[in-house]
Design a protein around this ligand. Structure first.
Ligand SMILES: Nc1ncnc2c1ncn2[C@@H]1O[C@H](COP(=O)(O)OP(=O)(O)OP(=O)(O)O)[C@@H](O)[C@H]1O
Ligand SMILES: [Mg+2]
Length: 211
């Protein structure tokens, strides 16, 4: 495998989409072929699963939720991520397997060993070269999202964003615990700083992967 696989994780509203777009542009300017993708989603099947997962009308069991995320991920890996990496591209992915551990594990309380097995089924031996965790107080992130939504008439919160702040706190702590297990792969960046400062740190981490 010749490409690079970089995932972005962190609470809702931490700035993943903002930073990924900027990173993609910077890498393209350096001559890399970049694929920007997201979970759940990234493929037609994945986007269909995404709409089921995020629909606030759906009352869903936690296990169904975990398995649907994994199903979308399996399709994503096989159809898009692996072929892109094999073609030497840089894949920037908005959320990946660690979100399952943080949200369905630390957030919902599903056994982490079981989730690791589900993740292995979905991704096989694929492991990101780098996982950037944008760390932010979840209340700040949720406020950012609410402000963003106010600017777009008719947009409402999705099923996960609607969870109470304690849930999002557990998710945040979850990401930090996961990162401790492999400091080589995970880089934690404080995402409360202004966008340009966060971007400097993001690019420093990404440049490390190419050096
Ligand atoms: N460093 C920052 N400081 C203040 N506001 C920011 C910062 N980074 C991003 N924002 C703003 O916060 C909002 C959420 O950012 P963004 O959509 O990039 O987050 P996200 O992590 O992708 O969120 P989601 O989990 O909802 O996809 C946007 O309106 C964005 O412009
Ligand atoms: Mg986003």
């Amino acid at each position: 495998m010749t490409g690079k696989f970089i995932t972005f994780e962190g609470p809702d509203g931490a700035g993943k989409t903002t930073q990924m777009k900027r990173a993609a542009q910077a890498l393209q300017e350096k001559g890399y072929e970049v694929i920007l993708t997201r979970e759940p989603g990234g493929t037609e099947i994945g986007e269909s699963i995404r709409s089921i997962l995020l629909d606030p009308q759906n009352r869903m069991s936690h296990r169904t939720e975990a398995l649907l995320y994994a199903a979308a991920r399996a399709q994503h890996v096989e159809e898009l991520i692996l072929p892109a990496l094999q073609a030497g591209k840089v894949v920037l992915c908005d959320r990946f397997a660690d979100s399952t551990l943080a949200y369905q594990g630390y957030g919902r309380g599903i056994n982490l060993n079981l989730l690791n097995i589900v993740n292995s089924l979905a991704i096989g031996s694929l492991k990101p070269d780098l996982t950037i965790i944008l760390d932010l107080d979840p209340q700040v992130g949720l406020n950012r999202i609410r402000n963003k939504r106010l600017a777009v008439a008719g947009e409402t919160e999705d099923r996960i964003e609607m969870e109470k702040v304690e849930f999002h706190q557990r998710v945040r702590e979850g990401f930090l615990s996961i990162a401790l297990q492999d400091p080589g792969r995970y880089k934690i960046i404080a995402a409360g700083m202004d966008e340009d400062k966060v971007f400097e740190k993001v690019m420093a981490c990404i440049n490390g992967v190419f050096s």
